[in-house]
Structures are given as C-alpha cells and as structure tokens.
Design a protein around this ligand. Sequence first.
Ligand SMILES: [Mn+2]
Length: 283
Amino acid sequence: MRIAVLADIHGNHAALEACLAHAEQQGAEAYWFLGDYVGELPCPERTMACLYAWAETHDCTFIRGNKENYWLGALDTSLWQRGSSTTGVLWYMNRRITVRDRAFFAGLPIARVMEIPGLLAVTICHGSPRAVGECLVPPGDTAQDVMEAAATPLILCGHRHRQAWFEHAGRRAVNPGSVGVSLESGGKAEYMLLEGVDGAWQETMVRLDYDVEQIIREMREEDLFSIAPCWMRVTVGVLRGMNVSQAAALRRTMALCEQGEGVCEWPDIPEKYWEMTCRELGV
Ligand SMILES: [Mn+2]
C-alpha cells in the first residue's frame, strides 16, 4: 500500500499538479490531504478544480486546515480590505471561494483515524488531532500533551510547512512539508510517500521542482501586487526559496509598528511598517 500525503497546498496549483503527477508515477494508490487547500496564491479555482477532479478518479481523503476555517467565518470579514498588505489577500480570497468550496470545507473533519488492513492505524490532521492551529512538528508548547493523548502511534500533520518529525511517548508525528509554500526547501514542492512494508510504515520525503514563475505571473495578472502589496512581495520571496515565512514577516511588521506607534493591533498596521519589513528582507 503506497499513499501520497499532501499538506498545505495554499492555492499553488502548479506545485499540486507536479506532486500529483509524481505520486501517480510512483504508484500511489491513495491520497491523504492534510488541509489548507487555498490561501495566498492567485486563482484558487484552479487548485479546487484539480482537487475535485482528482477525487473523482482516485482514492482521496481530505481533512480541514485553519485556512478552511477562515473561509467558513472564523474571522471578521468586515476587516478585510483591498490594498492592505495585512488583509488584502483575505479580501481577494473571500470573493473567489465558491458556494461549492464552502460546502466542501464545511463537510471536512479536522482529524481522522485511517485504518489500513495489516498495518497500524494512522491519525491524519492539519495542526494536531484536536485543533487545526496547533503545532506538533516542529513541536509547539502543547505538543507533548497532544502526543500522549494520541489515538495512534503515527500522526501525520501539516501547518508548519517544513518536512520534519517529532517523537514522544512512543508516538511519532510527521510533517510532509508543504506542497505550495514550503519553507527551508529552496522553493520546492514537497509531499511524502507513505508505504506499508512488512507490516510497518515507511516514509519517503519528496521534493520537486515546479513552475514557480507561472504562479508569480498569475499574481500579476490577478493584480495581487495592488491588492496586498508587501504581503505578495514576501510571498514571492518565499516561493523563490527565502527562509522567512509570511507569518514571521507579519510578526516582524507588528513589532516595528508597536515600536513606531506604541501599539499594534491586527489588522491595523500602516503600510510603512510592511515597507520596512520588505526592505529588511530584500524583497
Ligand atoms: Mn495551516
């Protein structure tokens, strides 16, 4: 049994297509998707169309990530504005997600235990089995408690966009990296092949080249550099292999804002602080 495990696509349809083609060539018989299907990148309908079509002809299991919760009303959409590096992409995405997408996301569980005959059961989730935004790999503050309570010895999780694993209390959590917005990979598309060999699970991490520049061209065509100017400059840096995440750039920008204004409350961040972050990062 060979399974492709794909996390954090974030709307990168070019990276997704590269991973799916590779997995099929490697003889994958099932596909487990760990959430965050669309996010910062242009034309989310291309990613969703690819996933819907793949699921019609392949054995696919989907669970929900934190991004899916954004599109299901977890955040106050009245704060999202075109032209803001902090919320512009959320504004764009909210207009592009369809009724079908929202219904699909609403039907997804945040975790599932996968039972494969002759092999140990596996938990799949986005953050942790109990929360989409929690981190197991690399371990966050609560990772040890979560591991001790886990229902299976192997847990597959995404969210941190890095290929890594963490072991605790006889359990192993593995992150297959990010299909669409990987960190610390030199700008590759990442996923994992999981194979049952002699009754045990064997993991193979995969990193692939794909057409990064196609996605950057689509950003321009979709006007994303005016919709979320500095956020997109940081995103281009990440796609081309910069080792600073968008979340880290946001934290830096908020720290600069607090220094300059005495206070910083998301999403009220003047663009000049985003400009300062971009200058620091050289993007
Ligand atoms: Mn996530």
